[in-house]
Design a protein around this ligand. Structure first.
Ligand SMILES: Nc1ncnc2c1ncn2[C@@H]1O[C@H](COP(=O)(O)OP(=O)(O)OP(=O)(O)O)[C@@H](O)[C@H]1O
Ligand SMILES: [Mg+2]
Length: 235
């Protein structure tokens, strides 16, 4: 991915604080460079989209933001990535804490081999929430936010694998929302949803006609051809 990123025109939010700052970021898989001199500021409380063709580095860039690329052998990052002014790759960063603050929905849905309920409750449980009533509420809010509640409210204890592909993707969105991350990275989150109506706004994200009640920072990636859908949505 080459530098050349434009901010979306949606800059009318009252809060223009910068959430993430990328400064001269280069990224290498071994000898092969995937990101080239990326400079970008991600504004708080807004949705930012990276749009580009297959293989241009969208997923690579998103994975750098919550250090998932640390798990790949032989990789190297140059430049700086700051979250609220703190270096994401600094020596004192707690990676578990970072990933709670910077959540991610992947290109391919990846539900856990658990019930629908337990998929959404998993993160909040991990972070110490035990009260059943509170968990029930978080699960319901997450599923409503991802537009799945009506389809699954009568079978919350059923396996997540019994859901359709698009439902599994929305379950993963509900799971990401449940821990209330500061930043939500969405790597082509609509790839399993149809027919897609994309629209992004400061108050949230609408995808496939559903509304993700997103009030913080969202970073999305899309294939280049989706740009036409955005233009249609803007009309
Ligand atoms: N684990 C890896 N090891 C080596 N090279 C990789 C690895 N992951 C990605 N790459 C390479 O880095 C480049 C960018 O890949 P990336 O997955 O970030 O692209 P993308 O823009 O997300 O593409 P798509 O739209 O197909 O998802 C590609 O050339 C890819 O082959
Ligand atoms: Mg990708």
């Amino acid at each position: 991915m080459q530098n050349g990123l434009r901010q979306s025109p949606d800059h009318d939010s009252k809060d223009h604080a910068v959430k993430l700052t990328l400064n001269q970021v280069n990224f290498f898989y071994g000898d092969r460079q995937a990101l080239f001199k990326i400079d970008v500021e991600i504004i708080k409380n807004q949705v930012t989209s990276f749009i580009g063709p297959s293989g241009c580095g969208k997923s690579t860039l998103l994975r750098c933001l919550n250090r998932l690329n640390d798990l790949v052998e032989g990789v190297r990052l140059e430049g700086t990535m700051l979250l609220d002014g703190i270096d994401i790759y600094g020596p004192n960063v707690d990676i578990t804490d970072l990933r709670k603050r910077v959540g991610m929905v992947f290109q391919k849905s990846n539900p856990f081999p658990k019930s629908i309920y337990e998929n959404v409750a998993y993160g909040p449980r991990l972070h110490g929430i035990r009260n059943r009533g509170r968990l029930d509420q978080i699960v319901e809010e997450g599923l409503i936010g991802a537009g799945l509640w009506e389809e699954v409210k009568d079978r919350l204890q059923a396996s997540a694998f019994g859901l359709s592909g698009g439902q599994q993707q929305r379950l993963c969105i509900a799971r990401a929302l449940a821990v209330k991350p500061d930043v939500l990275l969405m790597d082509e989150p609509c790839s399993a949803l149809d027919p897609v109506q994309y629209a992004a706004g400061g108050a949230g994200v609408r995808l496939d006609g559903i509304h993700v009640p997103w009030r913080n920072s969202g970073v999305w990636s899309h294939k280049a051809d989706i740009y036409h859908d955005f233009q249609e949505a803007d009309r």
